[in-house]
Design a protein around this ligand. Structure first.
Ligand SMILES: *Cc1c(COP(=O)(O)O)cnc(C)c1O
Ligand SMILES: [Zn+2]
Length: 401
């Protein structure tokens, strides 16, 4: 098949469990047979024939530079606020302090709404709009709700956001300000998901052909395209490091879209022949309050168990039952990575160090990656000469007061 430049080469969606294929040009959620997320697949052979790193590099900045391997058919339909192409800084002072000579951070704090959630929601809202949606619903620990509210406003759509009452006040204020419907829920994102689902069910009418009357569920991994937006972090990392990936990437893991998305990006770039087979070890960081992935990793399982849930200052990491547990754990195992938990006290300490040694005002989730790195260094799991990239997923300004 021939594609014109900048057109999506999206071919189909695939269930990673049963390998069944799904039509990508109608609205899809999950593989109901396997209760699994769906993954977007592209004609990567074709892309590798006509697209070069130079082509992508010279386009205007932002994640939409990667349109051939993003799902939107009509680029003119994109809903954008300037997301993506965040900087990667070296951290010489902090590196010396931790004992890592090649330490870097990818600073996602300057995305719209102050977190990398903007990437996923820009792409997912754009694609859903293209497929006819005009009303969204999302359960969120906080930041995804703020991002959805912004992109829905930008697109002229309605959004219903279900958020724990204990979530950060800034997110609640952002959702209200953007004119979305905010519903505060007792408990965690798990309880928010239950309420969001029943509200959505009450508002959908399967008899009606008109999908516009339905609320479209934007929950993490319950539709295929937030992952595609988050994937662009991996594409940018590869490009920024001159197509030689770092040895270790440390990622604060909640629902896992960033971790799974970066790994998907590396696989696609490898299939296109743009990178070699030296992939990073992917390290998932969680909090001691809510460590389902860490527990599963310690017991060498590929699914999470009955959850533990307690409050933490890192609200984005309070995800007791990640729906994509298998994809997250597969990524950690396949990369020969690791999973570990840190305490709120360690996170606070690390956020001070980032601010004082490098001037970086990190989200608590982002600071958790530094706290984890110090433990990994002490345990000898990361060595002085490893090239290590920390993911600062959001801005510390959202929670500074
Ligand atoms: C949501 C969030 C995370 C966790 O991301 P997942 O893709 O759900 O694992 C980490 N940091 C921040 C700031 C977040 O908002
Ligand atoms: Zn399936």
């Amino acid at each position: 098949m021939d594609y014109s430049p900048k057109t999506s080469t999206l071919t189909h969606l695939e269930c990673p469990e049963c390998r069944r294929e799904f039509d990508a040009d109608v609205l899809q959620s999950i593989c109901h047979r396997c209760n699994s997320p769906l993954l977007a697949r592209y004609d990567l052979d074709a892309v590798s024939q006509y697209l070069t790193p130079g082509d992508v590099h010279t386009r205007p900045p932002g994640l939409w530079r990667w349109s051939e391997i993003l799902p939107l058919r009509q680029l003119g339909c994109k809903v954008t606020l300037g997301e993506g192409d965040t900087p990667i800084f070296s951290l010489p002072r902090l590196g010396k302090y931790v004992g890592i000579s090649n330490l870097f951070v990818k600073d996602e704090s300057r995305n719209p709404t102050g977190t990398f959630k903007a990437r996923g929601l820009s792409v997912a809202v754009s694609r859903a709009l293209e497929l006819g949606v005009n009303t969204f619903v999302i359960p969120t620990a906080g930041n995804a709700g703020a991002a959805l509210a912004a992109y829905a406003a930008r697109a002229g759509c309605r959004a219903h956001v279900f958020m724990p009452r204990q979530s950060d006040r800034s997110n609640q204020a952002e959702v209200r300000l953007a004119g979305a419907n905010l519903v505060l829920v007792e408990g965690s994102i798990s309880e928010a998901a239950i309420e969001a689902r029943s509200a959505a069910a009450a508002h959908s009418d399967s008899d009606k052909q008109d999908i516009n009357s339905n609320w479209f569920d934007m929950s993490t991994f319950k539709e295929p395209y937030r992952l595609e937006g988050k994937k662009t972090m991996g594409l940018e990392i590869a490009e920024c490091f001159g197509w030689q990936l770092p040895d270790v990437i440390v990622y604060p893991t909640g629902g896992g879209t960033g971790l799974v998305g970066m790994w998907k990006a590396f696989g696609e770039l490898f299939a296109m022949g743009w990178i070699n087979e030296r992939f990073p070890r992917m390290v998932a960081v969680q909090t001691e309050a809510c460590p389902p992935i860490v527990r599963a990793f310690q017991e060498n399982r590929d699914r999470v168990n009955i959850h533990q849930d307690a409050q933490t200052i890192a609200n984005g990491l309070r995800v007791p039952e990640p729906f994509a547990d298998r994809l997250i754990l597969d990524t950690i195992y396949a990369s020969q990575g690791y999973a570990l938990a840190v305490s709120d006290e360690q996170i606070k300490q690390a956020s001070k160090q980032l601010a004082q040694l490098e001037g970086i005002l990190a989200a608590f989730e982002g600071a958790a990656t530094l706290a984890a790195l110090m433990l990994l260094r002490d345990q000898g799991r990361v060595k002085d000469k490893d090239k290590v990239l920390l993911m600062n997923t959001g801005s510390g300004l959202k929670t500074i007061l």
